[in-house]
Design a protein around this ligand. Sequence first.
Ligand code: ATP
Length: 294
Amino acid sequence: MDIVKLKAYAKINLGLDVIKKREDGYHEVRMIMQTIGLYDKISINTTNHPSIKVKTNLHYLPTDKNNLVYKAAALMKETFQIKAGVYIHLEKRIPVAAGMAGGSADAATTLYGMNRLFHLNLKTEELLKLAVQIGADVPYCILRGTALSEGIGEILTPLPPFPACYVLIVKPNINVSTKFVYENLHLDTVTNHPDIDGIMKHIKEQDLYGASKLFGNVLETVTEKEYHIITDKKNKMLENGAIVSLMSGSGPTVFGLFDNVKTAEKAFYEFKVSSLGKQVYLTNLFQPNTKQSI
Ligand code: ATP
C-alpha cells in the first residue's frame, strides 16, 4: 500500500475587489492572494477496495461527495480510470467557512497527491484545468504564493513574493455565509475600491509598507456592517502594532501583518487571553519552492 502525506495551506487576500456581477450570477473579481503558513494535514493511502473513504477530525464536516477532498479524489479516479480506491485522512486546522479557502486548499492538495500517488506525471497546467472543475479558488491553491486572481478567481498571474512578515489570524466565533455576503454586496454604492494595481506595484518594489497602505476588501462593506466584532478585531490588531489589518475573503477571519516578531507575539497572546478571539494563530507567509513546500 502506498501513501502520500501533504500539507494544504490557507490563503489570505491582501486586496479583494469586485468588478461586476456577470449575467450568469458569478462575480468578477480582482484579488491579490497570499498563501500563509497555516495548513491542514492530508494523508492519502491506496486501498484495494475501489471506493473513496474520507475521515476527518471535525465531526461536523461531510465525509461523502460533499467534502472537497472527496470531490477531488473522485475527479482524478474518473478522469484517469483509476481502479484502486483511496483512504484520505484530513486533519483540519484551517478555520472552516472563514474566508481562508481551506476547502479549496484541501481539494488542490488532493489533486496533487493523487497525481503523485498514482504516478500520473501531470504537469501544473493539467492540474490547474482539473482544479477549476472543483471550484474557482482551487487553481490558485495549486499555484500558491503571491498571485493576482481575476475572472471568477481562475485567471492567475503569479507575482513576486510579498515581502516577509508575520501574520496574526483571528477567526471570530461567528458564521458568515459567502452567499449572503455576495448577495448583499451593492456595487453601485461601493465608493472605496482597493487599488489592486498599486498593491502590485509596491510588491514588485518589495515595499511592505507602501503595499500595506493600499490593502482593501470590498466585501468588508457587507460583513463589517452586519458583524461589528470584525471592526473590533481589526482595531485591536492595529492597537497592538499591526502594520495593517483586514478581513480575508468574505470573512469573518481578520488578519494583521507585523514587521517585528516580538510585537506579533505580544499581540498573539493579547488575543489568546481575551474572549474576542476564539481561534487565534501566529504564522508567516508561505512561498512555494521553499523548504516549507509540499
Ligand atoms: P473561501 O475562502 O473559498 O470562501 P471558506 O474558508 O469560506 O472558503 P471552507 O472552509 O473552504 O470555506 O468551506 C466552506 C464549506 O464547505 C463548509 O461549510 C464545509 O461544510 C464545506 N466543505 C467541504 N469540504 C471541506 C473541507 N475539506 N474543508 C472545509 N470545509 C469543507
